[in-house]
Design a protein around this ligand. Structure first.
Ligand SMILES: [Zn+2]
Ligand SMILES: [Zn+2]
Length: 332
């Protein structure tokens, strides 16, 4: 991160970002409000871990996790209304309708992927390919350690996939529509091109039919940490939380209009992975999006990767025709 110094507020002409924690606004309000918005996130994580640890087998299954996930999002939608981070990010009917369209699309795609991967043949194939007997050492570990390792390894993969998307053009084309969102709200994680949603759905859907308890516990980290990547709520989370976990602040920088600042904070849950690889930038941003905050329509989100790829290809071929002597063009 050249040119951006820690602890200083950098105000660019078009895309201001705040670097460091010192200048980030605090929750405004009385001691009760301060307390709630300091401890809400750690308390929720603890509650979820405790639930999945002690829940009887009859309710420890994927459908319960989906139900809790929906209830949790409704609660967070309420928090956005009570304690917004930025007025400029407040939901309009247009934003909400768009978000819900993508949430519906996400569930549909997930269900289709699940019907393939969750089918008996695939499930047996995957179970066979994994050679569970080789994992007895793993199953022997304490349940919470298993959950941590699953969550960390999954996020490690996501980190490199996401970093790849920001560094390799074909992958970027699938991810770019997500970066056209201009504000963060609880359902914005679902907004993007279906090809990207499909790639993510593959990773999640694969586990659906045979969810051991360690996976349900690992999911708690996803639900109680990753969910806050896109949310319009001001929290005063403790410093240790921001050191270990990804936060709205981190992800708002990732979505900022400042190109350099956006090439950071790739992990979904464990911001610690970004610290390990030197891509973590602590701070936040309010002005988000691409092309100065142009809002992309649903129709454009759908065809963008394909039309953009075609445009680039055509430009390259066109240039090639003029630049390359005919003798240098391969026969095929
Ligand atoms: Zn990204
Ligand atoms: Zn995002």
């Amino acid at each position: 991160m050249n040119g951006i110094r820690v602890g200083k507020r950098i105000i660019g002409a078009e895309s201001p970002v705040t670097i460091g924690w010192e200048n980030i606004p605090r929750v405004e309000g009385g001691p009760a409000k301060q307390f709630i918005f300091t401890w809400f996130q750690p308390a929720m994580l603890l509650a979820l871990l405790a639930f999945w640890y002690y829940a009887p087998n009859s309710i420890a299954k994927a459908s319960t996790a989906i139900g809790i996930g929906i209830g949790f999002k409704v609660l967070l939608l309420g928090l956005e209304w009570v304690n917004p981070r930025y007025r400029s990010w407040q939901l309009t009917w247009k934003e909400l309708t768009t978000d819900l369209f993508y949430v519906g699309l996400g569930y549909t795609i997930l269900r289709i992927v699940d019907s393939y991967i969750g089918s008996d043949v695939m499930a047996k194939g995957i179970q066979h390919a994994f050679h569970w007997d080789k994992f007895t050492w793993f199953v022997g570990l304490p349940l919470l350690v298993q959950a941590f390792l699953i969550s960390f390894l999954f996020d490690f993969g996501q980190y490199w996939m996401h970093r790849g998307m920001h560094n390799w053009y074909p992958l970027w084309l699938t991810h770019a529509p997500h970066h056209y969102i201009t504000q963060l709200n609880i359902n914005k994680g679902a907004v993007g091109n279906p090809v990207e949603l499909f790639l993510i759905g593959l990773g999640v859907g694969g586990f659906f039919d045979f969810l051991p308890r360690a996976f349900l516990l690992a999911g708690s980290f996803g639900m109680a940490v990753s969910t806050y990547q896109h949310i319009n709520v001001r929290f005063n989370t403790p410093a240790w939380w921001r050191f270990v976990f990804n936060t709205t602040e981190h992800h708002s920088l990732h979505h900022s209009r400042d190109y350099e600042a956006s090439r950071s904070n790739y992990s979904g849950t464990w911001i610690f992975i970004d610290r390990m690889f030197g891509t973590c930038v602590d701070g936040e941003a309010e002005l988000l999006g691409m092309e100065g905050g142009r809002r992309m329509s649903i129709v454009e989100q759908m065809h963008y990767p394909f039309t953009e790829a075609w445009k680039t290809l055509k430009a390259k071929l066109g240039r090639g025709r003029f630049d390359t002597p005919e003798s240098a063009v391969p026969a095929e």
